[in-house]
Write a protein that binds this ligand. Sequence first.
Ligand SMILES: Nc1ncnc2c1ncn2[C@@H]1O[C@H](COP(=O)(O)OP(=O)(O)OP(=O)(O)O)[C@@H](O)[C@H]1O
Length: 232
Amino acid sequence: MDNIITFQNVSKRYGLSKALNDVSFQIPAGGIIGLVGHNGSGKSTLLKLIAGLVKKTSGELTVCGESVTRLIGRNVAFLAEVDSLYDFYTVKETIEFCNDVFPDFNEQKAFEIVATLKVDQTKKVGTLSKGNRARVKIAINLSRNVPLLIMDEPLSGLDPLVREDIIKMIAKYVEMEEQTLIISTHEVTEIEPLLDHVILVRDGEIVLSQRVEELRETKGQSVLDAMKELLK
Ligand SMILES: Nc1ncnc2c1ncn2[C@@H]1O[C@H](COP(=O)(O)OP(=O)(O)OP(=O)(O)O)[C@@H](O)[C@H]1O
């Protein structure tokens, strides 16, 4: 499969407000894709459409070669801005719970990631600092053995040490040959070294979808340069 995701003339409206406007583009399979745009540009909507969490208003959307329905959740691990972890479970119980719920879950990997990040597994999730809660979220997402990982703003509102931990874990644990990770972020400078492909969104439209290497070779631009030019 060359492209893991294809959007053809996809629009999404919430009532009268247009979040995505007649969008057509493809996302290649494998590697890390950065989704970048200002607040309210449509990034979360695009990610939720891919994960089958909201319905398109019109157009054609395929993920892993199938039209998207709610069943697409089998192929997609979605890390939302607001998490759905249970406060009353310890970190260990949370990982065991995920192992029961997701048939594709790699429990050993999850334990390894939280141990690497020095999160105390005996603590209840509700008592964790914001940074450690984010570390648990990323461990769970990276431990799903699915073709498509989606992370909506995983770095937002976190201090530099936590952001660094998350970036390191992404670099180490995404299975680049078999998995595609789409990550939306405002922290372009930090994430740029990881990116294979970048998608820029402005006012519900895709203004760029290109390999980062190609952007450098053909236009001599970094992702940040392209962002400054196209997202003014
Ligand atoms: N459930 C909803 N109901 C109504 N309007 C919505 C809803 N969700 C998003 N919108 C609107 O759709 C547009 C795109 O929102 P979206 O959350 O996709 O943007 P975003 O790029 O993810 O923003 P941010 O960076 O702030 O998270 C915005 O104008 C937003 O107000």
